[in-house]
Ligand binder design. Structure first.
Ligand code: ATP
Ligand code: MG
Length: 362
């Protein structure tokens, strides 16, 4: 029994720097709720990930998905999951990809924005013009998991990884991209394609893109081959607005996007089931970063910004705006910076600085 305004969150801190950055998100969301007064969080933690795997042989319990599905959760906060001791594909297929697919989180929303006071490696050319929203298809395409290996270990070995593009799956990602553009006052949608060399799936992708685009005459549309679009992220990111991409292409473009925005430690994501039939999932796009894990120096902003996307999804726009404003202000002032941004501030100190800023702006 919960009163109005109580959001139930599943929290999976994950591996490496996850247990360092996720607590900062929790502290921040909790203090926002206290400051706001109109809502609160009810948190349930799950210790799933690599340690669980090394103990139990699985990344999460066999009824893990059912637990999340039936728990009445409004959202899932997930830290990075991955560890050098376990092959990456085992980790991904043991937790994250089943979550995305089972909960039909078909939108992977990834803002690529250069925040104030942050230096892009492109800084000389583009002082402050990066503001892209990538809409990545998140349940099918190249990561559908269809394929197999035969004659393993012999000289006749064959590996097949098929892509799956359905009309339903392709239409809904395109429509979301155009709706997003319209509702957020953006002007253009660029589709990442490779229809010159992939004559079935990507030609289909282009067809559906054009069909859906025709329903949105107020939004400009264009398509570009993924190879040259990647180059464009570097040479003229200011020319991009909303970018819609398949699972693989979106994955690659958004790491590139994080790099041009100054640090992997800043980039957030939302894995959305827009119809809210299943819980959506919010996660920094970075990995577990074993090289800096345990040192308390990871940048918590990617995780905090992912929490901001959660607030927006919950409809708590006022709190979301306050959090983003505080992040931007602290970065702009430049006093609190983790080592990835050239400073010596710790994870917790940067989190504290942002929370203090929120209080002074509230
Ligand atoms: P995984 O195998 O889980 O993907 P990874 O080592 O590949 O982990 P990534 O997150 O992909 O880690 O990032 C690559 C590098 O970027 C890290 O090794 C780390 O140095 C840096 N990095 C990532 N996230 C952060 C962060 N939050 N703060 C500071 N540096 C980070
Ligand atoms: Mg990685």
């Amino acid at each position: 029994m919960y009163s109005m305004g109580t959001y139930r969150l599943a929290v999976i801190p994950g591996d490496g720097i996850g247990p360092e950055v996720i607590p900062e998100s929790i502290l921040t969301l909790t203090s926002l709720a206290e400051m706001h007064g109109g809502f609160q969080f009810d948190l349930q933690h799950f210790d799933w990930g690599t340690d669980y795997y090394l103990r139990e042989g699985v990344l999460m319990p066999t009824d893990g998905l059912a637990t999340l599905a039936q728990g009445g959760f409004d959202g899932i906060l997930l830290g990075p999951v991955g560890d050098p001791r376990v092959p990456d594909h085992v980790t991904l297929w043991g937790l994250l990809l089943p979550l995305r697919q089972t909960f039909d989180q078909y939108i992977n929303l990834r803002p690529v924005r250069l925040l104030p006071g942050v230096r892009s490696p492109l800084a000389e050319k583009h002082p402050k013009d990066i503001d892209i929203v990538c809409i990545r298809e998140n349940t099918e395409g190249e990561y559908a998991g269809a394929g197999g290996r035969i004659h393993q270990g012999t000289e006749n070995e064959v590996a097949i990884q098929s892509t799956i593009f359905t009309r339903k799956g392709t239409e809904r990602i395109m429509r979301y991209a155009f709706e997003y553009a319209r509702q957020s006052g953006r002007k253009k949608v660029t589709s990442a394609t490779k229809s010159n060399s992939m004559q079935y799936n990507m030609v289909f992708w282009d067809d559906v893109f054009r069909q859906v685009a025709a329903e949105y005459p107020d939004i400009t549309h264009e398509q570009q081959l993924i190879d040259s679009l990647g180059a464009r992220f570097v040479s003229s990111p200011e020319s991009l607005d909303v970018v819609v991409a398949s699972n693989l292409f979106g994955d690659i473009l958004t790491d590139l996007g994080a790099a041009i925005s100054g640090s992997m430690g800043l980039a957030p994501s939302a894995n959305l089931n827009p119809e809210r039939r299943f819980p959506s999932l919010f996660q920094a796009i970075h990995g577990s970063a074993p090289d800096i894990a345990g040192k308390g120096i990871a940048n918590p902003i990617a995780s905090l910004w992912s929490g901001q996307l959660l607030l927006d999804f919950l409809g708590e726009h006022e709190a979301a705006t306050l959090l983003m404003g505080a992040i931007e202000e602290v970065l702009a002032r430049g006093q609190a910076r983790t080592p990835d941004l050239g400073g010596t501030t710790t994870t917790h100190q940067l989190g504290d600085a942002i929370r203090e800023q929120m209080r002074s702006m509230a």
